[in-house]
Write a protein of this length. Sequence first.
Length: 362
Amino acid sequence: PNPNPNPNPNPNPNPNPNPNPNPNPNLNESSRNNSDPIGEAAQAFLLKGHAALLEASRAAQDATASLSANLNSVIEENRRRSTSSEARIDSPEMEDVLLSDDPPGSGFGGFSTDVSLADALAAAAPANPNLNPEPVPTPPAVDTTATTLERPPRGELTPPTPSTPAQLKSRSGILLAPHLAELDAALPENLRGGSWALRYSMKRHGASLAALYARCGARGDDAPSVLAIADDEGAVFGAYATHAWRDRGAEWYGGGGTFVFSFAGGEGLKVFGATGADECYQRCDAGTICVGGGDGAIRVDAELLHGRCGASPTFGNGVLTGAAEPSFRCLRLEVWALAAPSPNPNPNPNQNQNQNQNQNQN
């Protein structure tokens, strides 16, 4: 018996051997012809878009490379200028106090960083018109070679070393030990060997004339002070002022004991005392701090970035920075309030001790 009940040996139930269900082959060809223009246009559009994206990517890469090269150039220039400035201030006296990053007010710590920052700020800051105001009316110029000073010119004579050194309550970022010894000897006798209290530091309290006024006038006293400045060329100069630094508008004030000084040129301390030609000692307003009439022996703008050191008949001085040009860029600025030394009620402590022992024995 045949186990397969299907007598048809062909397993394909479709009697039509042609697998194409479309009996009209021209229909598919026509459909392909009708859809090709749209597909080709879309493909061409996509290819153009892709090419545009590639071109934009290449342009962005070129711009990034150019920007990176420019940035590296700026960094290298700042490094070169910083190295140059460090070399200018490097001297045997300063070699042992050039600190890398000590607390604020300690030596010339972080000098290269400060130089770069000062250069960047100075380049970005616009010129301040307050640095070149109309000249203040002063009496006719006097012969600066025949002035009468309250003390000998320190550029010619070595100041005496005080028996009691000045007592600084914090470290200075500008004045070194030799500076302090010479300056202390040039002060009025009642202040020699006294205490120096840091009222304002540009590094600690910010580069702002308003901050300087706020800190120097906050106590309400009129203590004498030393204004010390270091510029980006390594010069150290400043002024001793008999009165506190306060915003008093266009008013000139101060006393005849005021003097300006300079350590520029490696010749030691030079002191220029009042000549008596005028009484233009100190002037402080919102835009400028000034010492001396005429061109101003020292003049600094409100941002404490730019300044001028001109010839002033008030003190008979030249350019305190020692440079050919009077303009300078301020790197650091400090104000120190001075106080007379405290009297020692017991100059010989052993004397009282011996007296007490004698009284006990009796």
